[in-house]
Each structure stands twice: as C-alpha cells, then as structure tokens.
Design a protein around this ligand. Structure first.
Ligand code: AMP
Length: 399
C-alpha cells in the first residue's frame, strides 16, 4: 500500500512516496520555482541517481501533475499507475483551535483551513492550493490533513494564554499555538520505544533544533507547553528568527530607524537569530567554522543559542516536576555535536550527564547520556513524512 506525502510551500513543494507495508521510502523529491521562470523538479528514487526535470510549471496544479507523472514514469517512477497510490497525506501548517489531530479532508475541513489563513498567511494558502490540485488530479483518492499545530492543542490554558487583554484571544484567537508538532510527536513516541516504557509513564523534553527551532514539554504523551507561540517567531533563537524578545524593542527600533510598516517583521524573521548576532550566516555549520577560526560574534551566537535551549529545558523541568528524557532532533540537533555538548554542560545537579564519546555521532537514533545520568539524553532523527503517512493510512481507513 503506497502513500504520497505532500508538503506545499508558496513556490516549492516536497513529496515522498512510502510503501506502508514496511514503512520504506520509495522516492522523494522537491519542486522549486513554481510559477517562476526556471521551474525544476528533482526526483530521487531509492538507491538511484537523482532525476532532474526542467519544464515550466505555472502553478501548483502544474507542479503536482509533473510529480504524479514522475511517480508513474516507467524508468524513474515507483508505481505502475496512479491507482497504486492508496491515499495522500498533506502537511498543513495551521489548523487553529479546530483540530487536535489529523483528519480526513472534506469540504468542511477545507472551510476550516480557509478560516485559519489569517493566522498563517504565508503557509496555509499554498497548503490549500496543494490539496485542491491533488483533489482535481486524483478525485477518487482519499486525502488526509496533518497539522503542525495539532499536537500542541493539549496545552492547558495557562501555557497558551498571553497576558494581554483577553478580548484579543476571543476576537482574534491570539494565543500560543506551537509548531513542529508532527516532529515533536514522532520523536517523543520513538523516545518511549527506545526506553522500552509506555509514553503514558514518561516526561519528555523534545528539542527540535533546525533552521526553525522549538522545544516542547511532553507529559505522559501529551504536549503541555512549547516554545513557539502565536507564530513560529517566538521561543528559541533560530537561523534567522529572533525568538523571544522584549516587545518594546519593536516600537523602539522602528522609531529610531524610521522603518516602513512591516519592516520589523522582516527583520525579526529574516535578519535576526544566529545570522543577526554573528553577521555571518544562518547555517550552523558556517557559524561553527567561524567560531573555530576565532570569530567572537560567531562564538557569541553559539552561546546565545545554547543559553536559550538550556533556559527552556530548565523551565520545562520545573513545569513537569522533572524529566525522564531529553531528545535532540532536526538539522542542528541531529548533527551539531559541539552544540549538544554546550547545551548539556554543567547540568549534573539536575541529573543530566552527557557522555562526550557517545555524543560524537550524527543522524543516528542513539542514547548519548552517560550510564549514571538520571535523565536519558537521546538523539533521534525526525521523520515527519513517516508520521504523516502513518496518520494517512489510519484516517483513510486503509488499516
Ligand atoms: P532543518 O531545518 O532541520 O533542515 O535544519 C537545517 C539546519 O541544520 C542547517 O541550516 C544547518 O544550520 C544545520 N545543520 C545541518 N547539518 C549540520 C552539521 N553537520 N553541523 C551543524 N549544523 C548542521
């Protein structure tokens, strides 16, 4: 049974086809520059060289049409015809307060997603376009929506309500939503499996550290707090995003620099984070290299980033009255050995002890804490697509 997973951005689209009998990846690909000159599809069939298709793709329907043709291509494809694709799982960023789990897509789900467009103006419209395009091209195939916000819907009100006039929550739904939910859910479930204990008995802190980064507190399998907020700007320092700042800074800098409307938003999302501090790059590999070469602002960027992760780990340990496991995942969490080292330094009084030798590993599911560490530190590569495909199988009634 094959499942197609689609993740649509404004001018790009990622996809995977998985064989769900054994959860293996059959192919994956990326379409870039949709609706822009130079559209390109890069397709990788498991174990084979990359296939690149350069043809004009005017819109998402065009792009998905080419993806589907490639999937059934006799040479590069992984299916004889489209009837072999049993269901499609769509990654959708924002479901507001409407959905606390994945759902089979119906017209009323589409209406709900349209209603959430205000909350995620950059992300939800291309997600919706992707679903519509698939519905037109595969009218008889069940579609499932898997939401970045859903896993965090179990947060109690004290975690999600901001201390601003309550009417803004009532009128405009201004509250903490949290993002990366599919990843936090996946790695917390894997953590329980690695520890050989039911997730209902465990307190877990999951650190999704990528270009975007967030930490979640997961008590007995349910998210009770997360660092991203109303938008993915809040919380940790990120590649180009500031994370938490004093909101008064926004008006202060805008006045001082006489910035046009909207520019602060751009600065905080695109020019801040480790890029803003270092002045070098948003990529942690470049920061690491510069820090090794003695660049003090790169070293400072690393320390500020680590400081904020430690800050949230401490906060979430307090919220949960302890923790059984801390998980590192995503690009930085899975690969940046030095950063994991700094984050876990001097936490032995909290029962957290990293094994520096075990920590010298990248992208592999493994325990990196020492044997006498009360808290297990785990490295778990995330797999959002697999999580989406699993939910798709279940909700499309294919199990
Ligand atoms: P993600 O958003 O999860 O795809 O993570 C992407 C980020 O992971 C990149 O921008 C890099 O900053 C970081 N990254 C990937 N590989 C490494 C590595 N070997 N060492 C340090 N950082 C890495």
């Amino acid at each position: 049974m094959k499942v197609l997973v689609i993740n649509c951005g404004s001018s790009s689209l990622k996809y995977q086809v998985l064989e769900m009998e054994d959860e293996s990846l059959l192919c994956k690909g990326l379409v870039e520059r949709i609706g822009i000159e130079g559209s390109v599809l890069k397709h990788e069939k498991a174990g084979e060289d990359k296939y690149v298709l350069q043809v004009p793709m005017d819109d998402h329907k065009d792009a998905i049409g080419h993806v589907l043709n490639t999937i059934v291509d006799p040479v590069h494809g992984v299916a004889k015809d489209m009837s072999e694709i049993s269901a499609v799982g769509h990654r959708v960023v924002h479901a507001g307060e409407k959905y606390a789990s994945s759902v089979k897509i119906t017209e009323s789900v589409m209406d709900a997603l349209e209603e959430c467009t205000d909350l995620a103006p950059l992300h939800n419209p291309p997600n919706i376009l992707g679903i519509r395009a698939c519905q037109e091209l595969m009218p008889n195939t069940p579609m499932v929506g898997v939401f970045d916000t859903a896993f965090h819907q179990t947060m109690p009100a004290e975690s999600y309500i901001y201390a601003i006039p309550y009417e803004y929550y009532e009128k405009y739904k201004v509250r903490r939503y949290g993002f990366h939910g599919t990843s936090h859910k996946y790695v917390s479930e894997r953590a329980a499996a690695m520890l050989g204990r039911p997730i209902e008995d465990l307190k877990i802190i999951t650190c999704h550290l990528g270009n975007g980064a967030s930490v979640s507190a997961i008590r007995y399998g349910k998210c009770i707090d997360t660092s991203m907020g109303f938008t993915p700007l809040e919380g940790l320092v990120m590649g180009t995003r500031s994370g938490d700042i004093d909101p008064a800074i926004v008006t202060y800098i805008r006045q001082k620099e006489n910035l046009p409307q909207g520019e602060m938003n751009n600065i905080l999302n695109k020019k801040s984070g480790v890029l803003g501090i270092s002045g070098i790059s948003s990529d942690f590999r470049d920061i690491e290299q510069a820090a090794e070469d003695g660049n003090e602002r790169a070293q400072l960027a690393q320390r500020v980033f680590a400081h904020k992760v430690r800050f949230y780990i401490g906060a979430y340990m307090a919220e949960m009255n302890g923790v059984d496991a801390i998980v590192f995942t995503a690009g930085v969490g899975e690969n940046d050995i030095g950063m994991r080292d700094i984050i876990c330094q001097d936490l032995s009084n909290l029962g957290i002890k990293m094994d520096l030798i075990r920590n010298k590993v990248r992208g592999k599911e493994t325990v990196i804490s020492s044997d006498d560490s009360k808290v297990k530190i785990l490295l778990i590569p995330t797999n959002e697509e697999l999580m989406i495909a699993r939910d798709t199988v279940e909700l499309a009634g294919l199990k």
